[in-house]
Each structure stands twice: as structure tokens, then as C-alpha cells.
Design a protein around this ligand. Sequence first.
Ligand code: UDP
Ligand code: MG
Length: 309
Amino acid sequence: MKITYSIIAPIYNEIDNLPELYRRVKEVMDSNGEAWELILVDDGSTDGSTEKIRELAAKDKTVRPVIFARNFGHQIAITAGWDYARGDAVVIIDADLQDPPEVILDLAKKWREGYEVVYAVRGEREGETWFKKFTAAAFYRLIYSITDVKIPVDTGDFRLMDRKVVNVLKQMQERHRFPRGMSAWVGFKQIGVTYNRAARHAGVTKYPFKKMFRLAINAITGFSYFPLQVATFFGFVSAGISILAIPVVAALRLAGSHFFEGQTTTLVSVLFLGGVQLISLGILGEYVGRLYDEAKGRPLYIVREAPED
Ligand code: UDP
Ligand code: MG
């Protein structure tokens, strides 16, 4: 049977959300009347979500389980979803029901109008801490201002993409991925649809600050050289200051001034330069480390169980 919609949900310890996710996606998609499939990518869950996914798949053939050998991360789980999706339109949705499945129909409407990427823009956000909202808002704006592709702000991974777009994304085998950046990078006809982001149905966020920070670094290094350019900029500024300072200091000493005598000035400038150099080295390291990861060419993920068909 020809599948029109593939719905991909990455699952990491979402046992209490799975039945409700399935129920709501089924209700929405059945009402639409076109063939669909729900790809549940188990990203190394340890709370029994895996068994729950198998159970759903055994009962209903529209559920296709992809079970990872361990936790590979949200972005990689989405990637596996792209690889297994068979639909003409592919939708990525969070498993915690923060992205209401009903919105899929709004996305599908725009797709039918001819748009190839329809991303869902977060209007109101319910049930999230001010810290999460603040860091998320800052994150989207920072990424927007320094990356080379214009990644829409206040937009997560919740989106619908045409088969053409997914086929291009499948060829992008980068390891440290930022799917929303990748889907902006490919071009095609894109449009946003605003929705209200609900509170989590059950469970807690799987994105502590550390993971959000890593995601931000991946987004920045994946889509710009900005940090390297900042390092170059600081290099020029401190070199410039020293070129100006050397003749001034020399002239003052020759004139008998004791203004620059002593260890404090030496210490301060050594510490400053040392700091700038170490930070620059760290930035370089981020890029070199990524090069190394790419060079190893390991598979992006390891699947323990793939869908049978
Ligand atoms: N997720 C995943 N692997 C991870 C972390 C998260 O597959 O290592 C999934 C998670 O189960 C959920 C989605 O990614 O379906 C978004 O995660 P979460 O709701 O915790 O993020 P938040 O909405 O708090 O940013
Ligand atoms: Mg969530």
C-alpha cells in the first residue's frame, strides 16, 4: 500500500506518553482518510518504552518500530526515522505531546498547497520554566544571527517535509547534526505555521541544560565559522594593542617613568594572552574533533530491531 504520511516520533523513556501519543496520532490521521504510518524510534530507553513500542506494533501494523542498540540522541533518532519513512510527506513530532498531533493537519494543508517544508512555529509555550523559555529564545536568536543559513526562530523539529526534501537530507551524512538547520539549508519552498506548544503530557524533559548546550554548539559549528572568526578577531585586537603599547612603554621608560615597572602588568598581560590563546585553541579543538569524528566514518546509529517490511 502506498503511504502518504510518515509520522516520526523519537522516544527516550516516554512510557507514560506512548499510549496517548498513539491514540491521538491515530485519531487525527484516521480522520484524514489517507494511508499513514507511525515510526517510533526507540533511542535506548530503559523505562520499558521498548516493550510498549513492540506491543503497539504487534497490535497495529501502522506502527513501525526502530529500536536502537543504545541512546544515540534525539537528532540521530530523527535521522533513523527519515531512513525508514516510506511516505510522500514526513512529519517529525515529539513523543511527549508538546507538539499536538492535531497540528499535523494544518501542516498537511500547506503541503497540499505546494510547500515542501512546513515548519511549526511555537507561539505560546505552556508548562515550561522561565529558564527553559529564556534559554530557548536566546538560543534561537543567537543561531539566527551567527549562522550562514537563516534558521527560522522559535521553531523546533516539529515539521512536515516533502519526500524530495527527505531524499536530500538522507544524503547529508554529517555526524553532529542539527536537523532544523539542515532542513533550512536545503532550500525548497518553505513556510511556517504557528501553534501553541502544550505542556508535557507526562514525564520530565530529556533535555537538561548540558544537552541544550551541546545542541547549540552543534548548530553553531555545523552552520558557521563564526567562533573561529571571533578567535582571529581577538588575535588581531591583542596584537594591535601590543604594537601600540610597545613604543609607548619604551618611550616612558627612556623618559625615566616608573609607571610600567613591576610584575603586576606582566602578570595581567600574560594571563590575558594565555586566556585568549586557550579559548582559541578550544574553539579550534571543537572543529578538529568534529573533523576526526567525520573521518572515522562510523555508522550514525546501530539498530537492534528494524521494521520487518
Ligand atoms: N529524545 C530522544 N533522545 C534523547 C533525548 C530526547 O529521542 O536523548 C526525544 C524525547 O523522547 C522526546 C523528544 O526527543 O520525544 C524531545 O525531548 P524533550 O521533550 O525531553 O525535550 P524538550 O521538549 O524538553 O526540549
Ligand atoms: Mg518536550
